[in-house]
Design a protein around this ligand. Structure first.
Ligand code: PRX
Length: 656
């Protein structure tokens, strides 16, 4: 790792405009440094102050951090609160009529919900959930399209203390089933269908298929939001209930379940390098504090801003910067059901113009795909409402950054490149927009209170310019508490022995430049980042091997212009190595198989067949070789330890 040197040398700097700086919540380097010093010198009082200032407590905490059972840290743990109360009720006195959500459906229909209305609907739905017997600590799967109802479902769970686990609507029945089983869910909230790009996406049918895969007897209720007129094929009277029937006659107020600060708020599954997806478990208070504070500082939120985060609620970004951050700060936000290119590539820019979006937060992969469609689309729209832009999910290449800055932001808007993870719960490293001069491709500096560092294998800080492992050296409130049902894996993965169990290991490599700016270089484990989504190579390999034709499979990534990384699979079949038409057919079969097993996002772009995989004599697959082959690079590595060098040539040939 320490031998990785960055080849990217980016020297351009973009300081915030004087106007932006003057009006920013945190303005100027001195304020930032002051906060950092406070956090450095008085770590616990710093977080204590924020927790008292930002969160409304039912019963205030008296303890800040309990680290007696590290790395199972507890924050504010004798405090009592309710997250949904913090997102809704407490705003009613001043902001009842303020628009909380502007929802734009796939077909362009716009629906608005004020804070009062959202509160009423969350209460009714929460009462509905309670009427089914769903209670504190039970797990509820949410498998929904982007909608106001998805947010209501999450908030209603938070209100009654049920632990939600949102599953991205693009995931397959198999993935849904695995999550139901792992979480031991008692209910699934879904929709009959979703609408994306003019097409109906079945959701209830996928949930039924998930049940059909077995072991889902923990689920007692399916609650189905009717998004489209269509009627589901299957309906089990004693289990399935329409959302609108459930809320019929329910009271529009609902006493929140008062929760301990450390009671879990949600579980969100994410890929790791080995084994099944990890159920990342977040707390109530610490998580909320992270989402709120980062939202107000990084996005510099003001009362009249219109915030739009394009992430789906199925990902952590949709949790922290759709469901919890914006609502807890009484912001107005846009939620979009569809895709950026439907009905055409004007869509995003039209929506910014129509809703006068002032803060726009999206993923580099979306920016790259919009660049490809041409600058004419954004140029035809009035984007003057924008004042701040953001990116998340993967490193942004400087070309895309500059385009975003010039064509979308017209050179006026700071760009906040935000580094964080499902596990960190909230943004960790990002420029405070009224403070930091940005550099294209760098997420710049840690937020005050985030003790990020880059270290070598012995835990020593590496010198500027040298690559190393990104770690966070002190526990922080919004950090993952454990892996659901697997505390040992939590310890091993995130607080490894190499660092004496002291540092949180993010799993990314990074380096710092002479100004202390962080540059993320990629993952250090076998995890791919496809269109900003983390996919474990191991999961895709297991899916492939689960196909009856496949004997063995190895998956690697290769750079992709738009997706960032594309999936390339090397497959050994049980039968003979196919060629011609047969190979083409097998490739198609395996691609649909992966889509069915995991979801379309994991589908390989390229599948190659070999009689074997390149292995060392001890049987280890030589992934570095496979990566070189996938990239079409010449093989310069030593292949003398290879069991069967002849197969390299086979694997270099495209299957069809
Ligand atoms: O590799 C980093 C990359 O995405 C990973 C986290 O993925 P996930 O848990 O799915 O959360 C994505 C949204 C927070 C990280 O380990 N990543 C995320 N943001 C950035 C990034 N890489 C570079 N720059 C970023 N801004």
């Amino acid at each position: 790792m320490p031998t990785i040197d960055s080849i990217l040398k980016e020297t351009r700097q973009f300081p915030p405009s004087e106007d932006f700086r003057q009006h920013a919540t945190i303005s100027g380097m001195n304020s930032y440094k002051g906060l950092c010093e406070q956090a450095d010198n008085q770590y616990l009082p710093y977080w204590e102050g924020l927790a008292r200032e930002l969160i409304t407590w039912k019963k205030p905490f008296t303890r800040v951090l309990d680290d007696s059972n590290a790395p199972f840290f507890k924050w504010f743990d004798d405090g009592v609160l309710n997250v949904s109360y913090n997102c809704l009720d407490r705003h009613l006195a001043k902001h009842a009529d303020k628009t909380a959500i502007i929802f734009e459906a796939d077909d362009g229909t716009v629906t608005r919900a004020s804070y009062a209305e959202l509160h009423r609907r969350v209460c009714q739905f929460a009462n509905g959930l309670r009427s089914l017997g769903i209670a504190k600590g039970q797990r509820v799967i949410i498998y929904m399209p982007m909608s106001i109802e998805a947010v209501i479902a999450m908030q209603a769970c938070a209100r009654i203390g049920a632990i939600h686990s949102v599953v991205f609507g693009g995931f397959s029945a198999k993935s849904v089933q695995e999550r139901i089983v792992d979480a031991g869910a008692v209910a699934v909230i879904t929709a009959n269908e979703g609408m994306r790009g003019g097409k109906a996406v079945p959701l209830k049918a996928v949930v039924d298929d998930a049940y059909g895969l077995g072991n889902c007897s923990s689920v007692k209720h399916t609650i189905v939001y009717q998004r489209t007129p269509s009627t589901p094929n299957q309906w089990q009277e004693d289990r399935d209930i329409w959302w609108h029937k459930l809320v019929e006659g329910q009271a529009d107020s609902c006493e929140p379940e008062w929760m301990g600060a450390e009671d879990p708020l949600f579980i969100l599954y994410t890929s790791g390098s080995t084994g099944k997806p990890k159920g990342i478990q977040h707390s109530s208070a610490g998580y909320l504090l992270g989402a709120m504070n980062s939202f107000r500082w990084v996005f510099d939120i003001k009362p009249n801003d219109v915030f739009w985060c394009t992430a789906d609620v199925g990902w952590i970004t949709g949790h922290s910067y759709v469901c919890y951050g914006p609502l807890s700060m009484a912001a107005t936000q846009v939620i979009f059901e569809g895709v950026p290119t439907y009905p055409d590539a004007h869509r995003f820019w039209q929506m910014i113009e129509r809703h006068k979006v002032s803060i726009f937060y999206t993923a580099p992969t979306a920016i790259r795909s919009l660049i490809k469609l041409g600058s004419d689309f954004p140029r035809q729209h009035d984007l003057s409402s924008l004042r701040l832009l953001g990116t998340v999910g993967e490193p942004i290449n400087p070309e895309a950054w500059i385009w975003y800055h010039e064509v979308v932001g017209k050179g006026r808007c700071p760009i906040v490149d935000t580094w964080w993870q499902t596990e960190t719960g909230s943004i960790m490293i990002a420029p405070l927009p009224g403070v930091v001069a940005t550099k294209p491709g760098s997420c710049t500096l840690p937020l005050p209170g985030v003790m990020a560092d880059i270290v070598d294998e012995s835990g020593e800080t590496v010198e500027p310019g040298k690559g190393g492992m990104l770690v966070i050296k002190k526990p922080f409130p919004s950090l993952v508490r454990t892996i659901w049902g697997d505390p040992e894996r939590f310890k091993k993965t995130y607080f490894p022995e190499e660092f004496k169990g002291q540092y949180y290991l993010a799993g990314d490599s990074a380096h710092r430049d002479e100004h202390g700016y962080f540059w993320i270089m990629g993952r250090i484990d076998d995890v791919l980042n496809v269109s900003g989504h983390r996919l474990g190579t191991m999961e895709i390999e297991s899916a492939l091997v689960a196909n009856s034709m496949v004997a063995e499979a190895a998956v690697v990534g290769r750079p992709h212009e738009i997706k960032g990384e594309a999936v390339v699979a090397f497959v050994v079949l049980k039968g003979p190595r196919p060629d011609g038409e047969e190979a083409r057919k097998t490739v198609e079969q395996l691609k649909s198989w992966v889509a069915q097993e995991i979801g379309k996002i994991a589908q390989p772009d390229d599948i190659r067949f070999g009689d074997n995989l390149p292995k060392t004599r001890s049987g280890k697959i030589m992934r570095r070789l496979l990566r070189a082959i996938a990239r079409g690079e010449e093989i310069t590595q030593d292949t003398s330890t290879l069991e069967n060098p002849a197969i390299l040539q086979q694997l270099q040939e495209p299957a069809a």
